[in-house]
Ligand binder design. Structure first.
Ligand code: F6R
Length: 261
């Protein structure tokens, strides 16, 4: 894993946006895997700024989101489709037909999961997958102890996740308890992964993901086995890491071509 520690979330998001922008400039028809949640909001704002001010072109880009709540129609204020429209899609020149979010209202959810996998494969696989990290170590909605080889599936959200997301959702009782999510195996097939984790609430999960054993108890730890995974942290989320001096040393000694800014 490449571990990069930035002073704060703002700078971490800017770095994440630069990595995505470079991917799109190098490959204008790139396939991006995207995440929702509080973590990437500023990253999307930075991408919107790069589109507006520097002409970053998304017209040939295809996207696949990690997950969607079961039962929420696309227009629902808390749906992840709506989140993506509001934070990114409607502000850039992407073709809406090329933006994919699992359909949480599909009558046959398992068929929707299979079709999502097929659509990713038909697009040629994911060039870069953006991830956040749950306080319990989840990636997508792959909760602790689920298979590390899983494909897109329907997951039951853990009580911890319900509590964490209730803050955004408002009413916990109204929150769906199920979600469609790319599996860990699906995520691991992305050619490149960039995970962002910021703030004191993520300290434990960050320690387990980077320096703990590769284990289903922390789904994020699967990234240890990925050939090209970059983890972007801020000082707060990196506070528990045993080898943080080493990560900083590596970062300081990179060749210019190994840097993103
Ligand atoms: C979102 C997702 C989740 C979040 C994670 C962190 O699409 O798949 O894994 O990335 O729950 O959420 P925030 O960023 O709100 O702390």
């Amino acid at each position: 894993m490449e571990v990069i520690i930035r002073p704060d979330a703002e700078e971490g998001c800017l770095l994440g946006a630069k990595i995505i922008a470079k991917t799109v400039r190098d490959k204008p028809d790139a396939v991006l895997g995207l995440a929702t949640g509080r973590t990437p909001e500023r990253l999307y704002r930075a991408l919107v700024g790069m589109h507006r001010d520097d002409g970053l072109d998304f017209s040939r880009v295809t996207t696949f989101n990690l997950d969607e709540y079961v039962g929420l129609p696309p227009g629902h204020p808390q749906s992840y489709r709506r989140f993506m429209d509001e934070h990114l899609f409607r502000h850039i020149d992407i073709d809406p037909a090329n933006t994919h979010v699992p359909d949480g209202t599909a009558e046959d959810l398992q068929a929707e999961c299979r079709s999502y996998e097929e659509r990713i494969a038909a697009a040629g696989g994911i060039d870069l997958q953006l991830l956040g990290l749950g306080r319990n170590g989840h990636i997508g909605f792959n909760e602790p102890t689920g298979s590390l080889n899983s494909r897109t599936w329907v997951r039951i959200l853990s009580e911890q996740t319900l509590t964490d997301n209730a803050e955004v959702f408002g009413d916990r009782a109204a929150m769906p308890r199920h979600a469609i999510t790319m599996g860990v195996g699906t995520i691991m097939e992305a050619r490149r992964i960039v995970l962002l984790a910021f703030g004191p609430a993520k300290v434990r999960a960050v320690m387990d993901m980077i320096e703990g054993p590769l284990a289903a108890i922390c789904p994020g730890s699967a990234l240890q086995a990925h050939p090209r995974a970059t983890v972007v942290l801020d000082e707060e989320s990196a506070a528990g890491l045993q080898f943080s001096d080493h990560y900083r040393w590596v970062d300081e000694n990179k060749f210019p071509w190994q840097r993103y800014d």
